[in-house]
Ligand binder design. Structure first.
Ligand code: GLN
Length: 285
């Protein structure tokens, strides 16, 4: 029988040999053993239960095969809450937490005296953005859409598990909202924005849904389509909030100018100093 220390050491050594992320061993162990990091120290010399060892080695094997740790665990933490994920949805990213945070600031700035605020999240995936916003700001009425039925299954399950009131609609981009003549105060989207032929990490490309990643030849296909069609969905005053690629500022400014003329907008950097969020102020300032 192995001790916890031996089991984790062996896994870390193998990860290191294969130039993979050594943290994964502990992350997987915490998950399977239902332990917090500080509890691990207390059990380092204990012998590992046989079932736990088996599950751990099976999980590590999946990781060596190239499966992201979040799909192996079955969830990712976003804004302090656990969201179920599987191969039908993009794994929520830290950068996207910053988008949510910046939307919340702008709700304080521009919608302070609104008793209710209508918001839509287009291409919701796991539902991370829509559900977090609904839970953080009770004045929001949130509608979330996706073209993928399989993604909506995951998003609905997350809304149920987290007790969030979000209305989900199936359909292509704005269509489900246009069909029901929706009007929103805040339009949010983190559309696929990676240019089709851009080289990306194998672990992302081989596992995460391409429908959530690739955005046409220059990555802006979905933004242009949204910019072109979104006006009938907007209330008189509205905020548009998007995540975007770090190298898309110039193309984005051109597209905004083409479809929104001189409306004020901001491109904000993420914590890595990369252009990541776009806000368009539609009759807001
Ligand atoms: N941020 C994701 C990545 O770089 C892409 C998400 C998206 O296209 N919206 O893997």
């Amino acid at each position: 029988m192995k001790t916890v220390r031996e089991l984790i050491r062996e896994a870390e050594n193998k990860l290191d040999d294969e130039h993979k992320d050594v943290n994964v061993a502990k992350v997987l162990f915490y998950h399977l053993a239902h332990k917090e990091p500080h509890e691990l120290y207390l059990m380092m010399n204990e012998e590992v239960d046989e079932d736990l060892e088996k599950a751990f080695l099976a999980g590590m094997e999946q990781y060596y095969q190239g499966i992201p740790i979040q799909y192996i665990k079955g969830y990712e933490t976003f804004f302090g809450r656990d969201f179920k994920v599987n191969e039908n949805v993009l794994i929520p990213r830290y950068e996207t937490e910053e988008l949510v945070e910046n939307i919340l600031y702008r709700i304080d700035d521009y919608f302070q005296d609104y008793p209710h605020i209508q918001l839509c999240d287009v291409g919701t995936g796991s539902g991370a953005i829509a559900i977090t916003l609904a839970l953080e700001e009770p004045r929001l009425n949130v509608i979330a859409t996706d073209i993928s039925q399989d993604a909506l299954v995951v998003a609905k399950e997350n809304a149920n598990l987290l007790n969030a009131k979000v209305e989900f609609r199936h359909g292509d981009l704005l269509q489900p909202l246009l069909d029901s003549h929706e009007k929103v105060d805040i339009f949010v989207s983190n559309p696929p924005y990676i240019p089709n032929d851009q080289q990306i990490e194998a672990m992302v490309k081989d596992n995460e849904p391409h429908v959530a990643l690739f955005g046409g030849n220059d990555g802006l296909y979905f933004y242009r389509k949204i910019f072109k069609e979104v006006k009938p969905l907007l209330n008189e005053r509205a905020l548009l909030a998007f995540e975007m690629g770090f190298d898309q500022r110039e193309l984005m400014e051109k597209a905004i100018h083409e479809f929104f003329g001189d409306y004020p907008f901001e491109i904000i950097k993420d914590m890595n100093g990369k252009d990541r969020m776009l806000f368009i102020y539609y009759h807001l300032k």
